[in-house]
Design a protein. Structure first.
Length: 270
């Protein structure tokens, strides 16, 4: 009896929390479809796409989104490739100083991002990369979190598979590519979605490194657009709704993989 009560209680709480977190999203969409100055819940309310037409005609939303999409996709791809290679090396390849180097990577988690802004700015300036998309991509690729997540996953994979591949003559690269990557799809998907969202939502570093409007991302363009409509609500909310669409699509496509990546560790379900 108690188990049944607990079962329904957990699900009721989950539904309530889901509704609670969906309210801002529903409100944003409803307000974006409401003509400026009209109450969403007022009499005679009707949906309209006029706000979307105004936003798309008055601001280069698609250009900002294109820059953000390019930076986010390239960043995510590089994070997955480089983090998985480094994690495989730390997990399966024995070399002098490997444990020290892994601890050195992990120590980067203790350093706040704000503390690296000035050194990173000077470094990009010396490389003559400021104001380019490359300056937005490279700093995000060097995060230690992806290496840590994938190494923990790789540590739990059966060594028999690797040994069998080596008997067949496979080298380190072949084992990484043909065995470890396919088996770690849930972890890679979870890391990929977090990397994509992190790159898409990044604001402070693009604000410092980008000055050319042609390279502005959506996180830089939206505040500039909203500052022109401080007395209005519908148009800024419409711009935010457009900016949120790619992230929502990515999340909806890969949500099952995210759950698997959290629920699985070392190839075994918790």
């Amino acid at each position: 009896m108690m188990d049944r009560i607990y079962y329904y209680f957990i699900r009721i709480v989950a539904v309530v929390l889901a509704i609670f977190f969906l309210i801002p999203v529903v409100w944003m969409l409803a307000l974006s479809l409401t003509p400026e100055g009209q109450n969403v819940f007022g009499n005679g309310f009707h949906f309209s796409l006029a706000n979307y037409q105004k936003v798309l005609s008055q601001a280069p939303i698609f250009g900002w989104m294109g820059n953000s999409l390019m930076v986010s996709v390239i960043t995510t791809a590089l994070v997955l490739i480089l983090s998985s290679m480094a994690a495989y090396a730390f997990s399966r390849i024995t070399f002098p100083g490997s444990k020290f180097m892994f601890l050195l990577f992990l120590s980067g988690l203790m350093i706040p991002a704000e503390a690296t802004l000035i050194p990173l700015y000077l470094f990009m300036r010396d490389l003559d990369l400021l104001g380019t998309r490359t300056s937005l991509i490279l700093p995000a690729v060097a995060g230690p979190m992806g290496i840590f997540i994938l190494k923990q996953f790789f540590d739990g994979l059966p060594k028999d598979l690797e040994e069998a591949a080596r008997i067949d003559g496979a080298g380190f690269f072949k084992v990484w590519y043909s065995i470890f990557l396919p088996l770690s799809r849930p972890a890679l998907a979870a890391l990929g979605i977090f990397s994509f969202i992190g790159a898409w939502n990044d604001y402070v570093w693009p604000l410092i490194s980008i000055s050319d409007k042609a390279y502005m991302t959506i996180t830089l363009g939206l505040p500039m657009f909203q500052s022109s409509y401080v007395q209005q609500y519908a148009l800024p909310m419409t711009a935010n709704a457009l900016a949120a669409i790619p992230v929502l699509i990515v999340f909806l496509i890969f949500q099952k993989q995210i759950i698997k990546g959290i629920a699985f560790t070392g190839g075994k379900e918790l």
